[in-house]
Design a protein around this ligand. Structure first.
Ligand code: AMP
Length: 282
């Protein structure tokens, strides 16, 4: 696997692949890779001849007071994991390579509607940073397809909308959430949890499973969500949101069948997100 840090080297490597007629799959990440990221690489590997991962801790998607500086940076371990997973190229640029100007002067992509509420409400500007960096990587790499985790459900919806609205000729592949054995969704941020918090953290997924079962059995939506919020608080979480939306993140209506439960909650200083799809009864 070759690691590229500059744009001309990236273009040259991709040009070779394109001339061979290879399909190119992109896997964007912020590094500190775990099995969830590697599932994206595997999905990419199954669908394309050339897999390119990117590692870039994107300052534009972090708000003031968030964990930009503390975010784990583990390039050497990540390179070994990507290599073992069969990744062909790694693009790991410096911040100034992608953002030539101060962030506030930088051109950005703003996706409306689907960015409203959920993480968009508690992390203002976050999705502008995500859509801008993903749009930039799409432009630099021009992949045939790109793989994203369903763990970041709203992010995946934002990217699908951006690709549709801006006519990027790129197939977006959503990859199911990879979890630890106790149900906790794998996340680079899990490393911030103390041993006690780590023991509590799977309660988030367990609560979502209980709520899913209640809703699929025709439980009252508002009462079920209120009970879920209480359960999370009793377990020691500070819930940020717990919502039921239609699978496309629109509001739930009487005709909605395919839905998704989405939650974000703080455990100490760590913010965890998770979601679960479900089918509402008629
Ligand atoms: P990140 O490095 O956290 O920005 O994540 C990079 C990509 O990996 C995103 O598309 C995430 O949705 C995906 N991802 C992160 N954690 C998981 C997981 N546990 N299961 C599946 N995909 C994941």
């Amino acid at each position: 696997m070759r690691t590229l840090r500059e744009i001309p080297a990236l273009r040259e490597a991709l040009g070779d692949a394109r001339r061979r007629g290879d399909r190119i799959a992109l896997v964007p990440t912020m590094g500190n890779l775990h099995e969830g990221h590697l599932a994206l690489v595997e999905a990419a590997r199954e669908r394309a001849e050339v897999v390119i991962a990117t590692i870039f801790v994107n300052p534009m998607q972090f708000g003031a007071g968030e964990d930009l500086d503390a975010y784990p940076r583990t390039l050497e371990e990540d390179q070994a994991r990507l290599e073992a997973a069969g990744c062909d190229l790694l693009f790991a640029p410096d911040v100034t390579t992608l953002y030539a100007r101060p962030l506030e002067a930088q051109t950005r992509i703003v996706v409306p509607e689907v960015t409203e509420g959920l993480c968009g409400a508690s992390r203002p500007g976050h999705f502008d940073g995500v859509s801008t960096i993903v749009g930039m990587l799409f432009n630099l790499v021009q992949p045939d397809l790109a793989c994203f985790g369903e763990k970041d459900y709203q992010q995946l919806a934002v990217i699908r909308r951006m690709v549709a609205d801006l006519h990027f000729p790129i197939e977006i592949v959503g990859v199911p959430i990879v979890r630890a054995e106790d149900g906790l969704a794998l996340s680079s941020r899990n490393g911030y949890l103390s041993p006690e918090e780590r023991a509590t953290a799977p309660r988030l997924h367990r609560t979502l499973c209980e709520l899913r079962d209640a809703l699929e059995a025709d439980g009252d939506i508002e009462a079920t969500l209120a009970a879920g919020t209480r359960r999370l608080e009793e377990a020691g979480f500070v819930p940020d949101y717990l919502e039921l939306r239609a699978a496309d993140l629109g509001p739930v209506t009487p005709t909605t069948r395919e839905a998704v439960l989405l939650a974000a909650a703080r455990l100490g200083t760590t913010r965890l997100i998770d979601n679960l799809t479900l089918t509402l009864p008629r």
